[in-house]
Design a protein around this ligand. Structure first.
Ligand SMILES: [Fe+2]
Length: 454
């Protein structure tokens, strides 16, 4: 007995130390798993499963190690108590990791984003525009507007309570500046398109920095800041802009959406002028019904499930295409419906001075689309096609059409530029004489510079 007591005390003391090690081990694993999860926070469920397995697997290994020690020292008392403590630590550690990542995942969708403008499907830029915004809680959709900042005496509204607001402002006068306001945000403004022949400039970019991973936004610049600065240096206030797809990592990446709206609101870029979207593959990934893009943007989902539309601004006809196949994540050709629409649209606008097409995937990578575009270009004359998807700058001329890829909106993944400046965009000056196309990095370095005659 005298001999046994010190040994038991020693066993229990040792077991307590081991138990403490387990506890801190679990906490450390939770932290490591959290860091790893943050790094790969771009997919939906798979990383969670992987790193939960990491946490649980690691703690089971520790559990086996501890049990072996305790059994060796025959401390049955501690061999029962410590596993209980251990499992509490496992559950707590896994719970901390789970809460850390799943709570933001669920709550991140309840963000607020101020008003922004776009021409919804079928709207004429000289007489209509749509204001969209997001609220954390459902509410009314009301836009007050007027001809001066201090006298917003008109109202447009949509009935029903929603978080995703889209209000069309219609019956507007051409070439007129209007002021508008939605509840909770400052007064903003826009100018409707003039009629006839006039000079103006628009810009286009694709593959934003939120393209594949929200963490990229911490290290990559917001191209909208760069565009805004460079256009200010040029002394030009663009009339509107295009974004050619991939604005988040996936449909349900709401942190990506929130960042996208913040980025594009910089200096009122998409707030005081229209931003037209050609959707990419990323913002619809994991969302076959396109529910999320429909919540955030007012474009009509056509009969083939896609979002294609066209409009005129001055002398130019603009066509936004969406070459996905139904129920496919990626394109290989146009649906018959979309191709028929495109041909009819080009035929109806064959007399327009310029015809420009915007789409996410470059046609050169898609043989059937390339053939369709070539045939239609020969028949109707398409001046310029701007696409993204490939994170590169490329210019190809075929059948008199300039095909430009400019997927350099800030995602550094697979950039082929070999330059330290990652963000580039296109500026297009439209005049009755010609189109002048200038592709530049936001540091001013020129990628391409050419003219297309009227
Ligand atoms: Fe893409």
């Amino acid at each position: 007995m005298i001999h046994e007591m010190p040994r038991q005390i020693l066993n229990e003391k040792y077991a307590k130390i081991v138990a403490l090690c387990f506890m801190w081990g679990c906490v450390a694993q939770g932290i490591i798993a959290g860091i790893l999860l943050a790094i790969v926070f771009k997919e939906d469920v798979i990383p969670y499963v992987g790193y939960y397995l990491l946490v649980v697997g690691g703690t089971i290994a520790l559990f086996a190690f501890m049990t072996r020690l305790l059994v060796k020292r025959k401390s049955i008392h501690m061999a029962v108590r410590v596993p209980v403590i251990f499992w509490l630590c496992v559950v707590t550690g896994a719970g901390i990791v789970g809460l850390y990542f799943t709570v933001p995942k669920f709550t991140s969708q309840y963000f607020t984003a101020g008003p922004r403008l776009t021409w919804a499907t079928g709207q004429d830029p000289s007489s209509a525009i749509t204001a969209s915004w997001v609220t954390t809680f459902p509410g009314d959709s009301v836009v007050r507007y007027g001809m001066s900042r201090g006298n917003l005496n008109g109202t447009f509204s949509v009935s029903g309570s929603t978080r995703f607001h889209h209000v069309a402002l219609t019956g507007l006068a051409a070439n007129t500046t209007y002021y508008y306001q939605v509840f909770g945000f400052p007064v903003k403004q826009f100018t409707t398109a003039p009629s006839g022949a006039f000079n103006y400039t628009f810009t286009a970019w694709a593959d934003h920095r939120t393209n594949t991973d929200i963490t990229i936004s911490f290290v990559q610049p917001n191209i909208v800041e760069g565009m805004s600065a460079l256009m200010a240096t040029d002394g030009i206030d663009p009339a509107f802009s295009f974004f050619c797809g991939d604005l988040t990592s996936q449909a349900y990446d709401f942190l990506g959406w929130e960042t996208w709206f913040k980025d594009t609101s910089f200096a009122d870029w998409s707030v005081n002028r229209s931003l037209q979207i050609a959707f990419g593959n990323h913002e619809r990934a994991g969302d076959p019904d396109k529910t999320v893009v429909k919540q955030f943007y007012p474009y009509t989902q056509q009969g083939d499930g896609h979002f294609y539309y066209s409009f005129n601004y001055g002398l130019a006809h603009f066509i936004v295409l969406d070459p996905y196949l139904v129920n496919h994540d990626w394109a290989s050709n146009f649906t018959a419906e979309q191709l028929a629409w495109l041909e009819a649209d080009l035929a109806a606008h064959s007399g327009d001075t310029y015809k420009m097409v915007f789409m996410h995937p470059p046609p050169r990578n898609l043989p059937e689309i390339k053939l369709d575009m070539a045939r239609l270009s020969v028949q109707y004359g398409i001046d310029l096609v701007i696409a993204g998807h490939q994170h590169e700058y490329r210019l190809v001329t075929a059948n008199g059409t300039k095909y430009m890829t400019i997927g350099l909106g800030g995602n550094p993944n697979s950039h082929f530029t070999g330059t330290p400046c990652d963000t580039a965009f296109v500026r297009v000056d439209v005049s009755p004489v010609n189109l002048h196309v200038l592709a530049r990095f936001t540091n001013g370095t020129v990628l391409g510079n050419f003219t297309i005659p009227a």
